[in-house]
Design a protein around this ligand. Structure first.
Ligand code: ATP
Length: 366
């Protein structure tokens, strides 16, 4: 029978456990042996106890946990051919030639490369006497399916990535906390959130948490933004708002591609408006805590879809990524998604979206 392995790699994201659980249980339900690899590619390269056959109960009681119970790591060895050779040996020894990779774009790129090299790796291992003819024959090709675990929501081809919704919940909890203390003292807060290339978290938090201004990597503000920001914030204060909130993505830039930092914004609000301004950098809190219901559900659906994709494959298939588009689970060509840069959603350009961003405490003339 067929065997598959599943692992998590790159940065952790809430919902990875739900995906892992779905993969394991869907595989067992379908009569397929399933192995979990601990510590991502590191476990694949090191083998031994890192690769463990999972049972139905191996994934009990993990659905509600943040992070990933099978661990994740960055692995230098896997970037070298020698490391991938060991990884292939460890898989073929166990008869595994189906992989579900749950990780970010780096992890999925690594998986794609691994698949491309597979035949050559096996030939070399057989030549060296590390694998037998029949072992190689059983695992001639490698089929891979990727699930995107990333709180940044930075992948093309999917409306949401695993962990984004939970991270947004964490941010909104922080915004609510900051808002009450800020309003009491009539302070201003600059909140820095994750998002190196993708402003999704900042933008959505801006709507859900009512920010006065949001800075993201994809849409640098026009020159003179400092004055427009201050003008708008001053207007809101005049209208009776007792606090101000500016949300900045860690990757925010201005029109000349210079970083816009939290410190810079604080200094501007202090100098131009005389506001008592504080900075909060949320950092890893955003990755922590329980996965939201949404993350548990899409991860479960994506995990099940990954196994179905592998089981439906008649022979070798090109690498796939599982994504969600308009609440429909989709099977997509992996590298098309990984190599494209995610442009700001067309949804974000729509009229309702712009209006949602404008619904702040400004005093409109009646
Ligand atoms: P995140 O979005 O959280 O950074 P990621 O999956 O992009 O997640 P990376 O650190 O880029 O995180 O990749 C995780 C691991 O995947 C690396 O440590 C390495 O082992 C493997 N990997 C990444 N890129 C490649 C590559 N080009 N070739 C081989 N392996 C790679």
């Amino acid at each position: 029978g067929r065997c598959l392995a599943v692992f998590t790699s790159g940065g952790d994201a809430q919902g990875m456990n739900s995906a892992l659980r779905a993969v394991v249980r869907m595989a067992i339900f379908s009569g397929v042996r399933v192995f979990a690899v601990r510590e991502g590619y590191k476990g694949l390269v090191e083998g031994g106890k890192h690769i463990e056959e999972f049972r139905w109960a191996s994934v009990s009681n993990i659905l509600h946990k943040g992070g990933t119970v099978v661990g994740t790591a960055r692995c230098k060895e896997f970037r070298e051919r020698e490391g991938r050779l060991k990884a292939a040996e460890n898989l073929v020894q166990r008869g595994i030639n189906n992989l579900v990779v749950i990780g970010g774009d780096g992890s999925l790129t690594g998986a794609n490369l691994f698949k491309k090299e597979w035949e050559g790796l096996l030939a070399e291992l057989e030549e060296a006497g590390r694998l037998t003819r029949s072992q190689v024959e059983k695992c001639k090709y490698l089929n891979i399916v990727g699930l995107v675990g990333s709180i940044d929501n930075d992948m093309c081809g999917t409306d949401m990535t695993i962990g984004t919704d939970s991270a947004l919940h964490r941010i909104i909890e922080a915004v609510d906390c900051l808002t009450s203390t800020a309003a009491s003292h009539q302070r201003s807060f600059v909140l820095e959130v994750m998002g190196r290339h993708c402003g999704y978290l900042a933008l959505m938090a801006g709507i859900a948490g009512c920010a006065d201004a949001v800075f993201i990597p994809e849409r640098p503000p026009n020159p003179g933004w400092e004055d427009s920001m201050c003008y708008q914030i001053a207007q809101c204060r005049d209208a009776g708002r007792r606090h101000s909130l500016v949300i900045v993505s860690e990757g925010a830039v201005d029109s000349e591609n210079r970083p816009i930092t939290s410190e810079q914004i604080r200094d501007i609000l202090q100098a131009k408006l005389g506001h008592d301004t504080r900075i909060t950098v949320l950092g890893h809190v955003q990755r922590g805590g329980k996965p939201s219901a949404y993350d548990r559900i899409i991860s479960a659906r994506m995990g099940a879809a990954a196994v179905i994709t592998l089981l439906n494959a008649e022979g070798e298939i090109p690498p796939k990524m599982i994504g969600v588009q308009g609440n429909v689970i989709m099977q997509l060509p992996l590298m098309d998604c990984v190599t494209k840069t995610r442009a700001i959603d067309t949804a974000m350009k729509t009229c309702e979206f712009k209006q949602a961003l404008e619904l702040r405490g400004r005093s409109f003339k009646r």
